[in-house]
Ligand binder design. Sequence first.
Ligand SMILES: [Zn+2]
Length: 501
Amino acid sequence: MSELTRQNFLKMMAAGVAGLGLDTSVAARAARAADPKLTKPRTLIREADILSMDPKIGEMSSADVLIENGKIAAIGKGLSADMAEVVDAQGMILMPGMVDGHRHVWQTPIAGAMVKTSQRYGKDYIFWSMRIRMAVTPEYMHFLNYYGSLLAINSGVTSVVDNVHLLYTPELGDAAARGSIDAGVGGIFGFQLSGSRAYGLGDTVTRKQIISEIFSPPMEWHFKAAETIRNKYFSDADAPMQFGVHLSNFVGFGQAAQVREEMARIRAMKPALILEDVQAIKGPRHPGVLYSIADMNAEGLLGPDLLISHGNEITDAELAMMAASGTKVASSAWGEFPYPAPSIHGRALKAGVDSCVGTDGGFAPLDFFELVRATYLSLFRYPEGMAQARGVESADILAFSTSRGAAAIGMGDQLGSISVGKRADMVLLSTDRPGFPLLGNLADRVVNYGQLSDIDSVWIAGRLRKSGGRMIGVDWKALADRNRVIQAALARGEASIKMES
Ligand SMILES: [Zn+2]
């Protein structure tokens, strides 16, 4: 168990010590003052069973990890470090922080409002979503992204690709970015270049109006707001969260010329990642419209800075184009289940395309281990996947949410494994729960049996965010109370927009 209790933490904060867990004695303070390198947190995690996800390291039993200046400084047996906060992790499993490659963070605090196991979902999801979002004010937006990001961290997700598709005004974008940064989650803030206020609270709208709102092209202010937010919040290349841009539309809903221009303007902004949804489009095809990865490839739009979401029906030939261009894919596994084609993880792995797991909307469970398992189960939805499943190990499955997942969001050299020099994004699992298996290798145990409730500690860039199973400095009760008020306001707002068929 971690020795760092909440009381200790608060005491240290009160003492003005920025570095968590540092020895606060006079001598130690003097030494620290003399060595600027030591003014940042230093933590020694002792005697953990390490599930590194680094092929050179593999699994190690009862070994130590030293965190220094937010990075993993050393891994080995019997490490020692002066003036380090020591975490006794004997019998516990230390693994990399997990990566979520596709999430709409704002939706997680309103989880339950719309679930996939209801008749309503298929009929109403999009119309519900497009009405409730009109009730989101900048104040609510900040809360939703803040609370939603804390929920991610609590579940062991240290990096999330947030597809922020709720940007109807520049102020909403600003509030969303602040919410994510205040929560301190890592990953990508994916600013989507669309959204207008074609209708609002109290209006009566047609389904057609809502559909045209979804596919509204970017406006000049979207580009301007994206740039402003990038400069204001995401100028530090070392910060856990980096700036990304989501194209205005799904592939299949934009004229080639418009997508080309949009992509050129996005690339000029040099985002860390570009996001785009690709799903099979049914119905007639119109000339001059991009419908698929093959169409994007023909336009020269693919590249290593591009992460495709969904993409279940991407063909093998298209996967080859993605592999050749370095394009990546995020598939939600759990969320893709109702679609005709299964999640693409197995086929992407075979084709050499980096892929990651995503939660997608607020309909998916926030216990990320369930999504890890869904990635495996998805292989059994098609014959080649079933054959492939016979050849994978537990670590291959976990890689979609760690090492390979990090590569898929363009951060493979910075995170995704416990390796010296990588960012100290880590999760420590307790193995005390009755029924938590004691047999098998670490990946077998985590992939098959891991649960959110097993998470004892979480570090992001070396900063301890959760300890002893509790988020540090987070008052869940107060957040839940505030959330209830916001949920009610959003529901009222949604109900005030009447729909004509
Ligand atoms: Zn989505």
